[in-house]
Write a protein that binds this ligand. Sequence first.
Ligand SMILES: Cc1cc2nc3c(=O)[nH]c(=O)nc-3n(C[C@H](O)[C@H](O)[C@H](O)COP(=O)(O)O)c2cc1C
Length: 206
Amino acid sequence: MTELAENLPATTPLDGNGRSTLFTAARTANSFAPTPVGDDELREIWELAKWAPTAANTQPLRVLFVRTEEGRDRLVRHMADGNKEKTASAPAVAVLAVDTRFHEHIPALLPFRPELADVFATNDEMRSSTGSFNSALQAGYFILAVRALGLAAGPMAGFDSDGVDAEFFADGRWKSILVVNIGHPGENPWFDRLPRLDPADSTRWA
Ligand SMILES: Cc1cc2nc3c(=O)[nH]c(=O)nc-3n(C[C@H](O)[C@H](O)[C@H](O)COP(=O)(O)O)c2cc1C
């Protein structure tokens, strides 16, 4: 398990290897080798991702780790046809979900302002928009945490979220937002790299 790195400055730059593992050389995997991914590695992904920031420390993302054959079969049924094979070949899969009642944890997570829980409890629009925005942020952190462990991620929005929710989250509290295949790249794992926007088109300066 990763310990808090209390003896290291929190702003040490990553070297080129670290940057390529997370960003420049990292790719979205479409096929996976049979090499297993252990439960300890899956726990470690969350041990990293959980530290990245959310608004008012709300942390609305929840994770269902699917790594048994039976669990994967139940999930594959709800994937879009073009995604079924990818999920079937992944040694582990994470179903990322938003906790629609994330605000109930606020007294513990934001102890200096516990009354914010009541604000969210009585404002459906604010609760929903905060939950969606921050769970999506955390989904991005999750993908980077997968990469930080030297594993490849295959995020997919192409699935029947109502079907997944009925299958795995029948009490209605968690709502699925993204499925992430996790493993070591298999045969022909990547599509050709797609272009990224030029900074001239995607950034402005003031
Ligand atoms: C939110 C999200 C949803 C995605 N949904 C799908 C999907 O349903 N099926 C799929 O094959 N790829 C899906 N992708 C993969 C993207 O197409 C891929 O990450 C992107 O083209 C970048 O590829 P690269 O990392 O290899 O450069 C998704 C990615 C993200 C982040």
